[in-house]
Write a protein that binds this ligand. Structure first.
Ligand SMILES: O=C(O)C1=C[C@@H](OP(=O)(O)O)[C@@H](O)[C@H](O)C1
Ligand SMILES: C=C(OP(=O)(O)O)C(=O)O
Length: 431
């Protein structure tokens, strides 16, 4: 599907409530299915990825109903899941695949997973190897890729390990397996990654200890159903925060955005770049803090992004690259080789697409060097391409707001993976 992108004639104004957090939405279905009782989730993200997790649990016999943005789940526990009739189609969703590998690793029936072409190229050994060490039996294509089958298993041994990749998905898969192991596990992270699984585990009445970067998890299966609202997704709010920064004469309030400090790195980067925003009406009494982010347009300057901060901005790096094309000076992003194994190789797809618009970007194995500012306009093509990657498509839609030429986005439907209503939300705030 092609989409003609709009340029901003005037600023972005008003208030926008961005869709629910993708990571939290996935996990809310998982814990809801494991808990005793009825879990009610409001402001659930109905995007392609989160629907995959929802459908996976329905296929394993979990009663789940949907009413608007509300999802109601009748929990069945680890022991109440039923053999699915067919292999699970996890579409484009890395989070569903990796977390469910851990969650389903001890079921008394085999479960097959497959996904789309992009998901089928993403590495799964990072989860399969430590799960196999615990005793899980997973047969993957070339030992690393979908399609795969989790074989019937009856025991999982506890582990003590340093997780070799700084990945919340790998950590979460191992937490779900550790809950079902016959002993206490200790997992150490290389860097702090998003901690939604740990928070939600406690919210549902479970126990997990944290000491520095080490988590201690005892076997447990008694979880208690909860009712809560999913905060807005910082990674989705980020598109509008940057748009309001870069389009002159903007002032935009992004309401009830998740402010979990393992997810707010993008705001830190914007702040270092000189962006003008403030955070108001913070609610930090809930398990996942949220608040309003009010952004006013401003000029940006270059920054560097590397090291432990990378995990906190991993999904926002395409946007940071776009910000850097408009910033005064040279921005360097390093230690981000992980971007090469996302929905696309996001180092190459960002550079390829933004260069079409005149950006000056050098790629490195682990990041990018961006020389700014460069005006954006169709230099080599007026057609930009999402490459089937939602974050690339959404970043290009923000780039188009600044472009002096009319741009068309190829494969615009990719945005449905995380932000199906992006273009209607954009219309609402664009003057
Ligand atoms: O745990 C999660 O919900 C996610 C973790 C991140 O992936 P990695 O943990 O693989 O880096 C992120 O890129 C993804 O969008 C969602
Ligand atoms: C990498 C992402 O998601 P996933 O790994 O769940 O496909 C993302 O949303 O940018």
């Amino acid at each position: 599907m092609d989409k003609v992108l709009v340029a901003a004639a005037r600023g972005l104004h008003g208030t926008l409530t961005v869709p629910g957090d993708k990571s939290i939405s996935h996990r809310s279905i998982m814990f809801g299915a494991l808990a005793k009782g009825t879990t009610i989730i409001d402001h659930f993200l109905f995007s392609d990825d989160c629907r995959r997790t929802l459908a996976a649990f329905q296929a394993l016999g979990v009663p789940i109903t949907v009413d608007g943005e509300r999802v109601t789940i009748t929990g069945v526990g680890f022991a109440g899941l039923k053999a699915p009739q067919q292999a699970l189609d996890l579409g484009n969703s890395g989070t569903s695949t990796r977390l469910l590998l851990g969650l389903f690793s001890k079921q008394p029936f085999p479960i097959g997973f497959f996904g789309d072409a992009s998901l089928s190229k993403r590495p799964m050994k990072r989860v399969i190897a430590p799960l196999s060490q615990m005793g899980a039996k997973i047969q993957a294509t070339d030992t690393d890729f979908l399609p795969l089958t989790i074989a019937t298993n009856t025991t999982l041994q506890p582990v003590e390990m340093t997780i070799p990749v700084a990945s919340a998905q790998v950590k979460s898969a191992l937490i779900f397996a550790a809950l079902q192991a016959n002993g206490t596990s200790k997992l150490t992270e290389l860097a702090q990654t998003r901690d939604h699984t740990e928070r939600m585990l406690r919210q549902f009445g479970g126990e997990i200890d944290k000491n520095g970067l080490t988590l201690t998890i005892k076997p447990q299966s008694q979880f208690v159903a909860q009712k809560f609202r999913v905060p807005g997704d910082m990674s989705s709010a980020a598109f509008f925060a940057l748009a309001a920064t870069l389009v002159p004469n903007s002032q935009l309030r992004l309401a009830q955005v998740g402010l979990n400090n393992t997810r707010t790195g993008f705001l830190d980067v914007l702040s270092r770049m000189g962006a003008d925003f403030r955070v108001e009406d913070v609610d930090s009494k809930t398990v996942e803090a949220s608040g309003d982010v009010i952004v006013t347009s401003s000029k940006l300057k270059a920054t560097t992004v590397h090291g432990a901060e990378i995990a906190n901005v991993i999904d926002e790096i395409p946007l940071i690259a776009l910000a850097a094309t408009q910033a005064e000076g040279v921005t360097e992003i390093s230690d981000a080789a992980e971007l090469r194994v996302k929905e696309t190789d996001r180092i190459e797809t960002v550079a390829t697409e933004l260069r079409k618009l005149g950006a000056n970007i050098e790629t490195k194995p682990d990041g990018m060097i961006i020389h700014g500012p460069t005006p954006l306009r169709a230099v080599t093509s007026d057609r930009v391409d999402s490459h089937g990657d939602h974050r690339i498509g959404l970043m290009l839609a923000v780039a188009a707001l600044l472009s002096k030429s009319q741009l068309t986005l190829t494969d615009a439907a990719a945005i449905n993976v995380s932000y199906p209503n992006f273009f209607t939300d954009l219309e609402q705030v664009l003057d």
